[in-house]
Design a binder for this molecule. Structure first.
Ligand code: SF4
Length: 379
């Protein structure tokens, strides 16, 4: 198989690994790329074009939802490290990419596959002088030594937890141990990262809706790992049925569920919400008909309205329509001038169509019947 055909096949295999939330950049290949080039956001907020590819789509595991599971009859291929390093360098020199997102199926044992992934990045860094961004997946079950080498090479490291707990994982990935193969690897990586290494941090990913889990379970695990391991991001990849897998008769996860999970994670990570401030339905799911910040505000109406001239920062951040930038501007301006109208808030970047039911401005209250919902990530 030539390199173009391999790139197509192994780029397709990497499609389900999320390099960026779908709400920030669509998880579709760029039209002018070879089918495996995606946009992602780097830690400093810049858009980077990544070659997203598997080193191999052969795998000894048989995860129920996965397109590359071993019992599925599909063409298999692998890059040799030098082949992929050279191809990445050529695409970078042509200005088509500025980074690599590298994952793989597990051929033989995890360490030997990880060794070939690491060799690819070492060749890129040391032979081809590639200075671009590298997001490297840690394979389930790799050794401490392999994690140590990866920490010295990558800008971002991640390992897919796939499910929020051991029972849920066993239901969809029977060959993996949650504690030994996944959590231990994340903890090793956290313990090894020295200042200046892995600048874009550690991340993980869940496949949402494959194991029958609730949003509450996912957010509980997200909150626990963010506190314990300091995850930079958590990604949520909605389950999509793949032909000729045991789950191919299941419905796909609605994109709205994925979106609500990203919004809820954003509230905890950026706005400082605690897990117990988020609102879940009786079945443990986030409401789909309203964004999580609006749901939290409506569930705690006794805490509103807050007076914008007096509220503390954390109170402002609980108001729908006021984000971190708006809160900072309100705090800065009100030290010098009293805010007296909704127009003042608008000038400071507040979405008053969302905020007006939850604030008073200079003692005046401007409610209207139905405050606006939030569709984008800012809340
Ligand atoms: S380990 Fe599981 S999810 Fe990963 S490639 Fe293999 S079968 Fe797919």
């Amino acid at each position: 198989m030539d390199n173009g055909a391999k790139l197509k096949l192994l780029g397709e295999g990497a499609r389900f690994d999320v390099s960026c939330p779908s709400t920030i950049a669509p998880q579709t290949a760029l039209a002018d790329g070879p089918g495996s080039i995606y946009e992602a956001l780097s830690s400093d907020g810049k858009r980077v074009r990544l070659l997203k590819v598997l080193l191999s789509n052969a795998c000894r595991h048989d995860c129920l939802y996965c397109a590359t599971r071993c019992s599925r009859d599909i063409p298999r291929a692998s890059f040799r490290p030098e082949e992929l390093a050279r191809l990445t360098t050529e695409l970078a020199q042509a200005g088509m990419i500025s980074g690599l997102f590298l994952s793989s199926g597990i051929v033989g044992d995890a360490d030997s596959t990880m060794a070939r992934m690491i060799e690819t990045v070492e060749l890129l860094r040391h032979k081809h002088n590639f200075r671009g961004y590298v997001h490297l997946k840690l394979l389930p079950g790799v050794s401490e030594a392999a994690v140590h080498t990866a920490v010295g090479l990558a800008d971002r490291l991640s390992i897919n937890l796939e499910a929020p707990g051991p029972e849920r994982l066993t239901a969809i990935c029977p060959g993996k141990s949650y504690e030994r193969d996944l959590l231990r690897t994340l903890r090793w990586a956290r313990g090894m990262i020295a200042p200046g290494q892995v600048r874009s941090g550690l991340t993980t990913q869940f496949v949402v809706g494959a194991a029958g889990e609730s949003d509450l379970e996912i957010m509980q695990t997200t909150a626990r790992l963010t506190a314990e391991i300091g995850l930079a991001r958590t990604y949520y990849s909605g389950f999509r049925p793949v032909e000729n897998t045991p789950l191919d008769g299941r419905d796909p996860t609605p994109p709205a569920r994925e979106h609500r999970l990203y919004q809820a994670e954003f509230l905890m990570r950026v706005y400082g919400f605690r897990l117990d401030e988020l609102v879940f339905e009786d079945d443990g799911m986030l409401p789909l008909d309203r964004d999580p910040k609006m749901a939290a505000a409506l569930a705690n109406q006794d805490q509103f309205p807050v007076e914008v001239n007096e509220a503390e920062r954390w109170q402002l951040l609980r108001v729908p329509g006021i984000g971190p930038t708006g809160a900072e501007r309100i705090l800065a301006v009100r030290g010098k001038h009293r805010l007296t109208s909704l127009r003042h808030l608008e000038i400071l970047g507040v979405r008053t169509d969302r905020a007006r039911n939850f604030v008073t401005v200079g003692g005046r209250y401007y409610p209207r019947e139905e405050p606006a919902q939030q569709l984008s990530m800012g809340l």
